[in-house]
Design a protein around this ligand. Sequence first.
Ligand SMILES: Cc1cc2ncn([C@H]3O[C@H](COP(=O)(O)O)[C@@H](O)[C@H]3O)c2cc1C
Ligand SMILES: O=C(O)c1cccnc1
Length: 348
Amino acid sequence: MNDSPFIPAPDTACAERVGRHLATLTKPPGSLGRLEALAVSLAGLTGEDFPRVTPPGVVVFAADHGVAEEGVSAFPQAVTAQMVANFVAGGAAINVFARRIGARLEVVDVGVAGDLPAQGIVHDKVRPGTANLARQDAMSRDEARTALAVGRRAAGRAAEAGCRCLIVGEMGIANTTASSAMLAAFTGASVAELVGPGTGVVGEALAHKRTVIEAALAERAPDPAEPLDVLARLGGLEIAAMAGAYLEAAARRMPILVDGFIATVAALTACRLDPALRPYLIFGHRSHEPGHGRALAVLDAEPLLDLDLRLGEGTGAALAFPLLEAATAMLAEMATFAEAGIDDRPEG
Ligand SMILES: Cc1cc2ncn([C@H]3O[C@H](COP(=O)(O)O)[C@@H](O)[C@H]3O)c2cc1C
Ligand SMILES: O=C(O)c1cccnc1
């Protein structure tokens, strides 16, 4: 049971059954480690004794950030739109990894400022980029709600297309600034601890990024107990859409594989909106971005991989997906001790 009107609690009876089935498989008990815990958790989330996670759906939300004009990214704002064209052409890292895992990939424009290809993207723009959060609220609460709904619709499309697991990625120059500001607002952690290079901001430019975030926190002063307030004052349109996508996926009992720093800040935001989301989140990897450690700790999350990635787009989650697939295949395909005629009692 939980208090959520939308998100069902995991099926504990199913999880327990699967735990008992695991104990009959031809291996010393517990020897497949976290893969066993994953299998149990996937069973509880989906309510299936033999859960399926294929095919996965990857949704990449793209949006611009007014705060890019403060010089907080190593790249210009125009790269957001250019990368969306690259996603459409199939040449970005997430395209490569999504193909490896047979994922349905959808790119959603929730707020890109530049020109985009007409075909190959879902056009659901709330506004062309946020306002500069160093000078004014990034967006209105209504716009934040609308962007959440964009994400909800995208997760709904993935579910209706038959996807069994959701991976959410992002593209938005300067979004590590917005994410760091949001995380500092939610947690009270110092900006110095959270702020990192993003696309490669170092030295004096990194000190400047930190100053911009500290000033924005002081001036925007969001109420940390109000997730929509934090999102509207300091957030991003793609961050809001990601949060909405997580909430909808969980409402449909779809397991969610969370990507890096930005994806985790969006997940934290969504958990503050509805704590019943938390069990549906499986964390793909630990990003190199320093704030990610704090975001993971707040969510009590232990990611599957640690590959020093710092890209976003959903790449770390896509790379972790084969582990989920392996966990479900273990349940469905391994022989039991009885089937294999193997003595299931340790000696002694
Ligand atoms: C070519 C390119 C491809 C990317 N793909 C993801 N990001 C990542 O970097 C950006 C965040 O870093 P910052 O806050 O420093 O701008 C986001 O767009 C994120 O998705 C990219 C960045 C670039 C330059
Ligand atoms: O971990 C991430 O999501 C990340 C880190 C750096 C830049 N872009 C994204």
